[in-house]
Design a protein around this ligand. Sequence first.
Ligand SMILES: NC(=O)c1ccc[n+]([C@@H]2O[C@H](COP(=O)([O-])OP(=O)(O)OC[C@H]3O[C@@H](n4cnc5c(N)ncnc54)[C@H](OP(=O)(O)O)[C@@H]3O)[C@@H](O)[C@H]2O)c1
Length: 174
Amino acid sequence: MSDIISDFTSVIHREPYPAISPLRAELSQAGRNVLITGGSLGVGKAMARNFMLASAAHVIITARRLDVLKTAAAELEEEAKQAKSPTKFIVKTCDMSKIEELNALWDDLKAEGIFVDVLISNAVKYSKEGEIFDIGVGEVWSQFEANVRGPLILVDRFYKQDGEKQKVSVTVSL
Ligand SMILES: NC(=O)c1ccc[n+]([C@@H]2O[C@H](COP(=O)([O-])OP(=O)(O)OC[C@H]3O[C@@H](n4cnc5c(N)ncnc54)[C@H](OP(=O)(O)O)[C@@H]3O)[C@@H](O)[C@H]2O)c1
C-alpha cells in the first residue's frame, strides 16, 4: 500500500492495539452469540477472529459461497484451539440480496435456539465503478437490494428476536 498522507491521522494501526485488545477482560464477549455477514474473508473474517479471541460463545459467519465459509471456519477453529477459546463457529450461506435467504437464516437460528446478541452487518455488493447510466439501472438497483434492503431485513429480524436481552448492532460502511 502506498504511504497515506494525512493531516489528522498521525498513527496508522494495522493490528489491534492494547486499548482495543480482544483479550482485555472488560471487552470479553463470553456467553454472547455474534453474527457476521461476509465473515468468510477480509474484514469480516478478521472480526470473527477477534470475537473468538474475546471468548464469544458462538460466531456465526455468513456469505454466499459455502466452500469459502467452511475453509474460513476450519482455520478459525484451529486458531481457537491454540488460543484455548471456547468459541464455536457456525457457517450459514446467505446472499444479502435475497429476501428468502435472509429470512431463512433467522428462521434457522431461531429453530436452533440461537439468540444473536451482536450483529455485524459487513457484507456489501460492489459493482464496477462508473456513471450510473453506464452501469445500468438493473445493476444499480441490485446494489440497493444487497446494501440497503438486505441490512434492513437483517436488523429488523435481529431486533424482533424473542427475548428482552440487550442487543448490539454494528454496520461496516462502504
Ligand atoms: N478492505 C478494505 O480496505 C475496506 C475499507 C473500508 C471499508 N471496507 C468495508 O468492509 C466490508 C468488507 O470488505 P472486505 O474488503 O473485507 O471484503 P472482501 O474481502 O471482498 O469480503 C467480502 C465478504 O462478503 C461476502 N459477500 C460478498 N457479497 C455478498 C453478498 N451479496 N451476500 C452475502 N455475502 C457477500 C464474501 O463472500 P462471498 O463472495 O462468498 O459471498 C466475503 O465473505 C465492506 O462493507 C467494505 O465496504 C473495507
